[in-house]
Design a binder for this molecule. Structure first.
Ligand SMILES: *[C@@H]1O[C@H](CO)[C@@H](O)[C@H](O)[C@H]1NC(C)=O
Ligand SMILES: *[C@@H]1O[C@H](CO)[C@@H](O)[C@H](O)[C@H]1NC(C)=O
Ligand SMILES: *[C@@H]1O[C@H](CO)[C@@H](O)[C@H](O)[C@H]1NC(C)=O
Ligand SMILES: *[C@@H]1O[C@H](CO)[C@@H](O)[C@H](O)[C@H]1NC(C)=O
Length: 206
């Protein structure tokens, strides 16, 4: 069941035209003449950098083989999804949001004059997303919007910015890496535009 399903939700949380996409590996092809081992070293370095950028949202990557990290192995590929109970987590990306996180991002949120509340109000989980995957979670509620410079998509819980380095793309590399290491598993990722982030943020701005 090695597939990742992307479900796009609207700002109103209504299910609108779900997009289904299947995971592709992250391998790159290199131009002729650059096929030496240094290319794969560079690919490893690049992936390591992306996973490091993703860590504040995805967690620190480690390949864990356990009964919970491979539980779908027990089910035949033709098992209907409606016959399965898939555990999921709400606002999964907020697991490391604390006063320290909030204050460490003041120089970013300050650019848009954002005022947050008590950090405990934004944190909904305790374990990193990679730990959730290894523990058997297969459905993730992910909330994103533009960063304060309108250039990249990052994770928010209302005005609580979760990280400035972990972009949505970076975190997807984390999920794909995990799927490559756990080919028996399948995931549902729900991407929802998060409102009330920057004062000017709006859904039609991307
Ligand atoms: C490619 O790697 C081999 C063995 O590691 C080395 O001998 C060779 O010089 C390298 N070629 C280039 C173009 O770097
Ligand atoms: C979690 O937050 C703390 C405090 O901001 C930080 O030191 C730590 O690096 C964060 N963890 C990850 C994986 O980014
Ligand atoms: C933030 O507040 C300052 C001081 O009130 C103001 O000069 C500035 O234009 C505000 N910036 C934004 C992005 O709203
Ligand atoms: C981001 O876009 C909004 C809406 O178009 C605009 O008001 C705001 O100034 C932009 N922010 C930056 C940093 O360019």
């Amino acid at each position: 069941m090695a597939a990742v399903t992307l479900i796009t939700l609207t700002a109103l949380a209504t299910l609108a035209e779900p997009v289904v996409a299947f995971g592709t590996p992250y391998h790159h092809t290199y131009p002729t003449g650059y096929s030496n081992c240094s290319s794969s070293d560079l690919a490893q370095l690049a992936l390591g950098k992306v996973l490091s950028d993703a860590a504040p949202v995805f967690g620190i990557y480690a390949d864990v083989e356990s009964s919970t990290s491979t539980w779908m192995r027990e089910y035949a590929d033709d098992t209907l999804i409606v016959h399965m109970n898939l555990p999921g987590t709400h606002d999964a990306d907020t697991w490391n949001y604390s006063l320290t996180t909030q204050q460490s991002l003041d120089h970013v949120t300050g650019l848009a004059n954002i005022t947050e509340f008590d950090p405990a109000a934004y944190r909904c989980q305790d374990l990193s997303m990679v730990r959730m995957l290894d523990d058997g979670i297969r459905v993730f509620d992910l909330r994103y919007a533009f960063d304060v410079t309108n250039t990249t998509l990052v994770f928010w819980h209302g005005p609580g910015l979760v990280s400035e380095t972990a972009t949505v793309d970076d975190v997807l590399y984390g999920f794909y890496r995990w799927l490559d290491d756990h080919p028996s598993e399948a995931l549902f990722l729900s991407f929802q535009y998060e409102g009330s982030t920057t004062p000017y943020g709006s859904n039609d701005a991307g």
